[in-house]
Design a protein around this ligand. Structure first.
Ligand SMILES: [Fe+2]
Length: 393
């Protein structure tokens, strides 16, 4: 992405930290959805929920709470993982006919991002690509509430919607403080029904958010507090969740860790692991958490030269070797991918070894990703070729 931020740049000596979203945290907190929407003076709610969440019954729980509060409700679910521009367009047409005064994203990152995308287009018109970058609306959107049923993307605490181009599969980020959820309801009970693979994919994604935001070029000592706390909660509790998926205390800690990592992203952005992962998802349909996870160790080793101090802080939190923290963290990520039941190499993930020409094409796309521009050590296309080669075996 090439868009420039429209927000004024902070003076170097000043710290800026943005937190847009009130959090309601606790087991059973989804029952407060109706009352929370009522507090926002709403009467007509559009609930955006993917089909898996509908089938798990969580959407019905949320809708029951809304209807008990006297709020007329309808559901949009015609979208997939990594919602596309055309699916957001369809959701906007659906919303225009219902005329909601609140939008609720109830589900994983795809549901929450689709809800944000519909809010952009419903209130500001145009196409999703008009909103690439940060701070692009310049006007208020409808109030919205996020109810995550996974613990990974952090969409609930940040203002970005990740949308995929319906033609090319290219993922792009649209962010605006006006698009952030007014309230996020973090009910760990909603996360227990995730299939094991979804828990694994989203958990690795959340870990990568804590790691990348902690060393990004936009990280501050305030955003790093959230990166480190997210890292602590996630490293201590994700292994427990992989072993015992019904451990509600561990689930709650992972859910909170993902939310703190989202807040860190909102303020510090991400880095080259996400830049390298997005073209893999577009070309090979590799799930986001899998793609980020298998690239992350190689990016950490590359960044060690310039981010050793920050990595040492994370290594200390996880009880790892702080003398060579980049190697320790890279090895730890490699190991936890195995614990999560995910592939640890690109070759394993796609079942073949890509040709050199494919690496070069992927590297060109990775180096042009907006998120790559926040990596602490600048990455040239040749560096991405090296990452892909290392990740392939
Ligand atoms: Fe991510």
């Amino acid at each position: 992405m090439t868009q420039e931020s429209k927000e004024p740049a902070a003076q170097p000596s000043l710290l800026s930290f943005r937190a847009n979203t009130r959090l309601l945290i606790g087991e059973g907190s989804i029952s407060q959805l109706g009352a929370t929407a009522q507090e926002l003076n709403t009467r007509r709610a559009l609930v955006v929920s993917d089909k898996g969440v509908l089938a798990a019954g969580h959407t019905c729980t949320g809708v029951a709470s809304l209807e008990a509060a006297g709020i007329e409700t309808t559901i949009f679910s015609q979208f997939t993982e990594n919602p596309t521009t055309s699916q957001v367009d369809a959701g906007t047409v659906f919303a225009e006919s219902f005329r909601p005064d609140i939008i609720i994203g109830l589900g994983g990152g795809s549901s929450m991002d689709c809800a944000k995308g519909i809010n952009f287009l419903l209130c500001c018109g145009g196409k999703m690509k008009d909103y690439r970058g940060r701070g692009t609306t310049g006007r208020p959107l409808l109030p919205s509430i996020g109810c995550p049923t996974t613990a990974g993307t952090g969409s609930e605490t940040q203002s970005f919607a990740l949308i995929s181009d319906a033609q090319t599969g290219e993922k792009f980020a649209c962010g605006d403080p006006n698009a952030a959820f007014r309230v996020a309801i973090l009910d760990p009970c909603l996360t227990v029904t995730q299939p094991a693979r979804v828990t694994a994919l989203t958990g690795i994604d959340a870990l990568s958010h804590a790691l990348e935001s902690h060393v990004s070029t936009e990280a501050t000592r305030v955003s790093q507090v959230f990166s480190r706390e997210a890292w602590k909660l996630l490293t201590q509790n994700l292994p427990k969740v992989f072993i015992e998926p019904t451990d509600i205390h561990a689930r709650a800690a992972v859910q909170l860790g993902a939310a703190w990592a989202g807040l860190a992203i909102e303020n510090a952005m991400l880095g080259a692991a996400h830049g390298a992962a997005n073209p893999l998802t577009a070309k090979y349909k590799i799930a986001h958490g899998q793609a980020v996870g298998l690239m992350l160790p190689h990016i950490i080793r590359f960044n060690g030269l310039v981010a050793r101090k920050q990595y040492a802080e994370l290594a200390a939190i996880a009880g790892l070797n702080t003398k060579t923290p980049d190697a320790a963290l890279a090895n730890w990520i490699h190991d936890i991918l195995g614990q999560a039941g995910l592939s640890r190499s690109l070759g394993d993930a796609i079942g073949t070894q890509p040709a050199m020409s494919e690496f070069e094409h992927l590297a060109k796309e990775a180096s042009a990703q907006w998120t790559s521009s926040f990596n602490p050590r600048p990455c040239l296309p040749a560096d991405f070729v090296d990452f892909y080669q290392r990740a392939s075996v």
